[in-house]
Design a protein around this ligand. Structure first.
Ligand code: NAP
Length: 330
């Protein structure tokens, strides 16, 4: 296939390009040349800003355009105006945030969270409605037959700059002890970026269309089992000290802020309980957790190294302070 990836050098786009290249597809990238310009030198890259320079692609024909970095419906409108007639399929990387994330067991048939065609800045509140508007813009212009809309949950692993998942293997490797929350029946869902890339290239090869919610793992995973697997894989000697909700409240710690991906916020009950049957029936597979943990850790150590560069969660100095407090109370 002749593929155009809008983006292609940071995270999702980079792994898509790698997967497509591995399968000998003919891949062209389009980006501004700002983000990791040294990566993928073997692939032709057309330099331009999607907001102003898409005309540079006007004479090219593709089997599929893969849009990894659309955040505003107007960006989709501009891209489809230039590329719509010159591509057989348009794959939009959307997000689970386009859905009503309070719904447990969310499926592709459930209503979206709302539409935002107006905003020009992204906030935590409008990110989902903007993504939903990107989806609507696409299907209004191209129809659902020509559209493939992927709504990932948390995307994790190699080159994940958010550190939300990476926090756990990085801290587990560094610390002798950690406080961890008691979570009872809380689940966790995420998709390794390489599994996401495999699914998306497979889907284009199979000529799939429509909407797919995409997360994992294939077997449901409880948050406490995730933490234990992380301990077993990364550092068996790291001692876990469990703290309950009352202790967290007394110490003014918000669970989802102190412990990344531990989402127990009203309104987000469905975030880690998505029904992925449609993707599974279409061939989604997820690799072992150990593989994802190690690849996230390896990338962090190579590119950031310093534990204090973690973007999220309780950092080592604060963690040590709370460990002392937890021990005093026990
Ligand atoms: N992370 C998650 O957990 C998660 C979950 C669900 C969905 N998503 C979705 O997944 C995607 C994230 O993918 P990502 O991290 O690989 O991409 P990204 O950070 O959105 O985009 C990075 C790529 O796009 C290019 N780019 C950015 N702005 C551009 C512009 N104006 N014109 C041309 N190129 C531009 C960048 O290159 P230059 O800077 O050189 O232009 C870079 O190659 C997003 O669509 C996000 O909404 C993420």
């Amino acid at each position: 296939m002749k593929l155009l990836i809008i983006g292609g050098k940071k995270f999702v786009g980079y792994h898509l390009a790698q997967e497509a290249k591995k399968r000998n597809h003919d891949v062209t990238l389009f980006n501004r040349g700002k983000t990791y310009p040294e990566l993928l030198p073997e692939l032709p890259t057309i330099i331009g800003d999607r907001n102003t320079d898409l005309e540079r692609l006007a004479d090219m024909q593709f089997d599929a355009v893969i849009d990894t970095c659309a955040y505003f419906p107007d960006q989709v409108k501009k891209a489809v105006t230039v590329l719509g007639d010159n591509t057989k399929k348009y794959l939009l990387v959307s997000s689970i945030s386009a859905c009503v994330t309070s719904l447990v067991g969310l499926t592709e048939n459930d209503p979206i969270c709302g539409l935002d065609f107006e905003s020009t800045e992204i906030t935590d509140e409008n990110y989902g409605p903007l993504k939903a508007a990107c989806e609507k813009q696409l299907t209004d212009m191209l129809g659902i037959e020509k559209s493939l809309i992927i709504r990932p949950g948390y995307i994790v692993g190699n080159r994940d700059h958010s550190d939300r998942f990476t926090y756990w293997p990085v801290m587990m490797q560094h610390m002798k002890e950690m406080i961890v929350p008691e979570t009872d029946n809380l689940h966790i869902q995420f998709i390794d970026v390489r599994d996401l890339a495999i699914f998306m290239i497979d889907a284009l090869e199979k000529d799939l269309n429509g909407i797919y919610l995409l997360t994992g793992p294939v077997q449901p995973l409880k948050f406490k089992d995730f933490i234990e697997a992380c301990q077993q894989t990364i550092n068996e000697n790291c001692k876990l000290i469990k703290v309950n909700d009352q202790w967290l409240a007394e110490h003014n710690l918000k669970k989802y802020v102190a412990f990344p991906l531990c989402v127990d916020i009203p309104g987000f009950e469905g975030l880690h309980c998505v029904n992925i049957n449609k993707a599974l029936n279409a061939g989604l597979t997820t690799r072992p957790l150990e593989d994802t943990l190690k690849s996230a850790l390896d990338w962090y150590l190579e590119y950031k190294g310093d534990i204090n560069k973690l973007e999220v969660g309780l950092k080592p100095d604060k963690m040590e302070r709370f460990i002392r407090l937890a021990k005093m109370n026990s």
